[in-house]
Write a protein that binds this ligand. Structure first.
Ligand SMILES: [Zn+2]
Length: 387
């Protein structure tokens, strides 16, 4: 077999912004094998190729089938300080190679801990690694990665739908580590668990996030209905929506989200493999494109989907006709919808404008006011609808 995809140049070979990727869904296979062996934890495979075949997906699977993948490899990493920090560091290296210049990476601190977490996940024996220390270690690994690979990284801490008793601690960790990479809270897991957006633990955590100025995103409308999106907006006061595909099924809600410029974190290849999108239907991302909605393209769980960010760009380009101009527009929107403070957001935007050769508006206070942009550059701004 030829490895054609590996040698192809990326379909969008310019700086990219990624806002929705799970750290525990983006681990190197070699690292999983290394720590399983070192720690004497059984894996269902002995080589990278075998492990890729077991963890990776080529065809759509049900949600339980997808979630079972984590059960294979998380025991090799969870509870081990060195493994956790290395996973974070290597993630940044991976993103640098993909041409991502800014990434917000998310994880559940509790799912990597083995102490002060009830129940202890992945059938681990109780140890001494707390969710708090997990955040400390990952922040360190990400910071060292930032330094070595020249990618700007921030993190998002996940609540888990079926574990509302963890959520109040998640928001406290967001507050404690806000100066060290953590910018937001998320709600992940099975959104079809009835009324899970309304579990008091989650509501309490999101209310505290609003009060404390912690940014908020929620997985909603991926496989769940538009109603889950509505709850994420109304009850959890989310500022972005993870996936959100099914929002388009409720016209009143969708129109309101468009009007409010809500950001959708779209994961195209993931949506195919998880069955969130059925290939015989119109993909919501085509609606988002046609309606000039605010959205980004993201990998979600590249370890399981055997993907890089190029897989997602390639899918929408080759199967849905996305253009370079749309890629530029969506990356600028992703930067604008990032959870960075305003001054850092401006820096990121300036970096993108320069890379995309988009002239910046001349400030009224600037001494160079009155300088006209060449007509070609002006029309580029207009075409991309950049204010
Ligand atoms: Zn996700």
């Amino acid at each position: 077999m030829q490895t054609v995809t590996m040698s192809q140049p990326p379909v969008f070979d310019k700086p990219k912004v990624e806002l929705h990727v799970h750290l525990d869904g983006a681990i190197k296979l070699e690292t999983i094998l290394y720590y399983a062996k070192k720690r004497g934890i059984p894996l269902p495979a002995n080589t990278v190729e075998e492990l890729r075949d077991i963890i990776g997906m080529d065809e759509p699977l049900s949600l339980p089938g997808f979630l079972a993948k984590f059960g294979y490899y998380m025991p090799a990493i969870a509870g081990d300080r060195e493994a956790i920090k290395r996973m974070a560091y290597e993630f940044v290296e991976m993103k640098a190679k993909e041409g991502v210049v800014y990434v917000e990476v998310r994880y559940s601190p509790h799912l990597l801990a083995n102490s002060k977490v009830e129940p202890v996940p992945w059938n681990q024996a109780e140890g001494d690694l707390t969710p708090d220390e997990v955040v400390f270690l990952i922040s360190q690994g990400l910071q060292e990665g930032e330094r070595d690979f020249n990618v700007k990284v921030r993190s998002i801490l996940c609540c888990v739908r079926h574990m509302p008793n963890w959520s109040p601690e998640v928001v406290e960790l967001c507050k404690k580590y806000r100066q060290q990479m953590v910018v937001a809270i998320d709600l992940a897991g099975d959104e079809t668990i009835e009324d899970s957006s309304l579990f008091p633990g989650h509501i309490q955590a999101y209310e505290e996030a609003v009060k404390s100025g912690i940014h908020r995103t929620v997985h909603a409308g991926e496989v769940g209905s538009a109603e889950i999106v509505q709850q994420a907006v109304d009850v959890l006061h989310t500022e972005r929506i993870g996936h959100g595909y099914h929002a388009v099924e409720n016209t009143a809600l969708y129109d309101k989200l468009l009007e409010e410029n809500m950001h959708f974190e779209v994961c195209p290849w993931s949506s195919y493999l998880t069955g969130a999108w059925k290939p015989d239907t119109l993909h919501a991302v085509i609606r988002f494109k046609d309606d000039k909605a605010n959205y980004s393209l993201n990998t979600d769980d590249p370890l399981i989907f055997k993907s890089t960010i190029d897989t997602d760009y390639r899918m929408v380009k080759t199967q849905m006709g996305f253009t370079e101009d749309e890629f530029i527009r969506l990356n600028i929107n992703a930067a604008k919808s990032s959870f960075l403070p305003d001054n850092e957001k401006k820096e990121l935007l300036d970096q993108l404008y320069e890379a995309y050769q988009i002239p910046q508006p001349v400030s009224k206070d600037s001494p160079s006011v009155g300088v006209m942009l060449p007509p070609t550059q002006q029309s580029k701004r207009e075409k991309l609808l950049i204010p």
